[in-house]
Design a protein around this ligand. Structure first.
Ligand SMILES: NC(=O)c1ccc[n+]([C@@H]2O[C@H](COP(=O)([O-])OP(=O)(O)OC[C@H]3O[C@@H](n4cnc5c(N)ncnc54)[C@H](O)[C@@H]3O)[C@@H](O)[C@H]2O)c1
Ligand SMILES: O=C(O)C(=O)C[C@@H](O)[C@H](O)[C@H](O)COP(=O)(O)O
Ligand SMILES: [Zn+2]
Length: 369
C-alpha cells in the first residue's frame, strides 16, 4: 500500500490485527503530513475532525485547513475541553452534528486532541451509521503513549468510568512529539503515570531507564520523549495484538492501578483528579495490596513511589468517603459475578490478574496511602 510522505525522522510501530492492522507514526514535526498520512490509508471524501476548544486553535484548525486544501470536504466539530465532555450528552450532540453535516457511512472521523477526544470521537466513529473509519492524532502525552492505541473507545456514566463504549480500532495514529511543547505542566506529568505503568507491568529495564532520565523527561527532551513514546506504543501494541478485546485476561495488565483509579475519578467528580494522577495513586494502592497479600516486598512499592514523586505525580489517595470509593469500585469492568479482580505486581515488570481479594484489604490499601 502507498505510504504517506513523512519526514526522515519518524518511526513506525505496526499494530498487527489482521484486517484491522494499522500504523502508529511517531516523529517530530510530522503533524503537517496529516492529509497524506490519512489518504494513504483511507479514501476520504468527507472528514469530520473532532477536537476540543483548547486544541482547536493550536492544532485542529491547521489540520482541518490542510485536509480541505488536499481536496477533502472537511467538517470541524469542537467540544469543551475536559473529562466532563466524555459523556452520552456530548456523544448525542456530536451524532446530531454529524447528521446535520451530511455524514454518511463513507465519512471518516479524525480525533485531534487528548484521551478525552480520542475516546469520544472513537465512540462516535464506532456508533454513527453503525461504524465509520477513524484516525487518531493524539496531542497529550497520555494519548500518545496509551489512549490512541488499542481501540478502547467510549464515554463515562455519571458514576462509572468508561462504562459505555466499544472496541473500535483506528486506521492509523499520527503522533507528533512537538505538540507536547504546548501541553500544560500538570497534563504532561499526568501522562507520565501511564508511562511508568508500562515499566511496572512489562518492562523493568524501561522502568530503570525512566529512573535514570527524570531530568531529561522533565525538560521534555525531544529525543528522550520520542524513545519513550515509541517504547510505550510498542509495548501496548504487543499486548493488544495478543488479546485485542481483553478476553483472555492478558490485556487486563494495562489496567494496573485502574480499579482504584477509576473509583477515585468518579468519586471525586470527573476532572477533579486527572486520569493520570488517579493512575499514579491507584498503582500505589494496588502495589500496597499486593504487599499485604504477601506477593511482593515493600521495595517494589517504594521504587514506584519514588519515581512517581520525582515526576511530580500525586501518591496519596484523595480525601473522599472510602465507602463511596468501594461502591464505585464494584462498577469496574473486570468485576465478574459480583467479584472484584485486581491487577497486582508479582515483581517489577510483571503483573497478574487476581480474584478473591478480601475487600477489607483493598480498603486498607487505600487507607494506608
Ligand atoms: N482508550 C484508552 O485506552 C485510554 C487509555 C488511557 C486513558 N484514557 C482516557 O483518556 C482520558 C484522559 O486523556 P488526557 O489526559 O489526554 O486528557 P484530555 O483529553 O482532557 O486533555 C488534557 C487537556 O490538555 C489539553 N491539550 C491537549 N493537547 C494539548 C496540547 N498539545 N497543548 C495544549 N493543551 C493540550 C486539552 O484541551 C485538555 O484541556 C481519560 O478519559 C481516560 O479515561 C483512555
Ligand atoms: O487499553 C487498555 O486496555 C487499558 O486498560 C488502558 C488504560 O490506561 C485506560 O485507562 C483504559 O481506558 C481503561 O479501560 P477500562 O476498560 O478499564 O475502562
Ligand atoms: Zn489509563
Amino acid at each position: 500500500m502507498k505510504r504517506a510522505a513523512l519526514t526522515a525522522e519518524h518511526e513506525i510501530v505496526r499494530v498487527q490485527l489482521s484486517e484491522r492492522s494499522y500504523d502508529i507514526a511517531i516523529g517530530a514535526g510530522i503533524i503537517d503530513t496529516a492529509p497524506p498520512f490519512f489518504s494513504a490509508r483511507a479514501k476520504i471524501s468527507h472528514a469530520v475532525l473532532v477536537t476540543d476548544d483548547q486544541v482547536r486553535p493550536l492544532y485542529a484548525d491547521r489540520i482541518a485547513a490542510a485536509c480541505a486544501a488536499s481536496g477533502m470536504r472537511t467538517t470541524l466539530l469542537s467540544v469543551p475541553a475536559g473529562e466532563t465532555s466524555k459523556s452520552i450528552a456530548m456523544a448525542d450532540q456530536l451524532w446530531n452534528q454529524c447528521l446535520a453535516e451530511g455524514a454518511d457511512r463513507k465519512t471518516v472521523v479524525i480525533a485531534v486532541g487528548g484521551g478525552v477526544i480520542g475516546d469520544l470521537a472513537g465512540f462516535i466513529a464506532a456508533t454513527f451509521a453503525r461504524g465509520l473509519s477513524f484516525f487518531q492524532v493524539p496531542t497529550t502525552l497520555l494519548a500518545q503513549v496509551d489512549s490512541s492505541v488499542g481501540g478502547k473507545v467510549g464515554v463515562n456514566l455519571p458514576t462509572a468510568k468508561n462504562m459505555v463504549g466499544a472496541f473500535w480500532q483506528p486506521q492509523g495514529v499520527l503522533i507528533d512529539v512537538d505538540v507536547l511543547a504546548t501541553l500544560p505542566e500538570r497534563e504532561y506529568r499526568a501522562g507520565m503515570a501511564e508511562v511508568v505503568k508500562y515499566g511496572v507491568i512489562l518492562d523493568p529495564d524501561f522502568f530503570a531507564y525512566l529512573e535514570a532520565n527524570v531530568a531529561s523527561i522533565q525538560l521534555r527532551d525531544r529525543k528522550v520523549l520520542t524513545q519513550v513514546i515509541a517504547r510505550c506504543c510498542q509495548l501496548k501494541a504487543d499486548v493488544v495484538q495478543a488479546d485485542e478485546r481483553e478476553t483472555t485476561g492478558l490485556r487486563a495488565v494495562l489496567n494496573y492501578g485502574h480499579t482504584f483509579c477509576h473509583a477515585f475519578e468518579a468519586t471525586c467528580g470527573y476532572g477533579q483528579l486527572l486520569h493520570g494522577e488517579a493512575v499514579s495513586i491507584g498503582m500505589l494502592c494496588a502495589s500496597r495490596l499486593a504487599e499485604s497479600l504477601g506477593r511482593i516486598s515493600p521495595d517494589v512499592t517504594q521504587r514506584q513511589r519514588k519515581l512517581l514523586s520525582a515526576l511530580g505525580l500525586p501518591t496519596v489517595p484523595p480525601q473522599v468517603d472510602i465507602d463511596l470509593v468501594m461502591t464505585a469500585m464494584q462498577r469496574d469492568k473486570k468485576v465478574e459475578h459480583g467479584k472484584l479482580q485486581f491487577v497486582l505486581p508479582t515483581k517489577l515488570g510483571m503483573v497478574e490478574l487476581v480474584g478473591d481479594v478480601p475487600v477489607k484489604l483493598a480498603k486498607q490499601a487505600i487507607n494506608d496511602g
